[in-house]
Ligand binder design. Structure first.
Ligand code: ZN
Length: 188
């Protein structure tokens, strides 16, 4: 078991697109195992490689609850092949301690990736589930995108960041999401 250091918001690696993993080597398998250890130690449900300083397209998830255990999932070189619908998701991030905000997400998706043994799999999580939202959050990390880029209330988020000693929102990085906005306005 090895615990890795989690980088905090403000570190440039969190804004750097990660590189494809050409081969699922034993080194990558060890990284994934260490990322699970690190994630559990911080009571998180997901962790992406850039958050531990590794510029690689890999993230891990465990969306288990006390009532419902779930398998450990490793996503290597993941691609979302279908996404639709919209919802508002209450999220935090291990790189933003104590910051929880509402963000916009798709409500349904299908993702394809390689697992920790290098086998390709396709997954369509239950629409709106924690797993569905967490996949979007973690995959964003591999593209240098953070959950704050999908925020709904910029000034509320800024106040929370300040309270926790983190850098302010960069308004130029807030994503335009007209497709999500359209659905969310209809459903509110
Ligand atoms: Zn995160």
């Amino acid at each position: 078991m090895a615990l890795l250091q989690i980088v905090k918001y403000g570190d440039p690696i969190l804004r750097t697109p990660a590189k494809e993993i050409p081969k699922v080597s034993s080194k990558i398998q060890k990284l994934a195992a260490d990322m699970f250890d690190t994630m559990y130690a911080h009571v998180g449900v997901g962790l992406a490689a850039p958050q531990v300083g590794e510029n690689k397209r890999l993230f891990v998830l465990d969306c288990s609850t006390d009532e419902q255990p779930q398998p450990q999932l490793v996503f290597i070189n993941p691609v979302i092949i279908k996404k639709e619908g919209a919802l508002i998701s209450w999220e935090g991030c291990l790189s933003f301690p104590n910051v929880f905000i509402d963000v916009k997400r798709y409500s349904k998706l299908t993702v394809r990736a390689k697992d920790v043994k290098g086998r390709t799999f396709t997954l369509t999580p239950e629409p709106g589930s924690l797993l569905c939202r967490a996949i979007q959050h973690e995959l964003d990390h591999l593209n240098g995108i953070l959950f704050i880029d999908h925020l709904i209330d910029r000034f509320g988020a800024d106040a929370l960041l300040k309270e926790n000693g983190l850098p302010a929102i960069d308004p130029s990085l807030i994503l335009p999401e007209p497709d999500l906005d359209q659905i969310l306005q209809c459903s509110i």
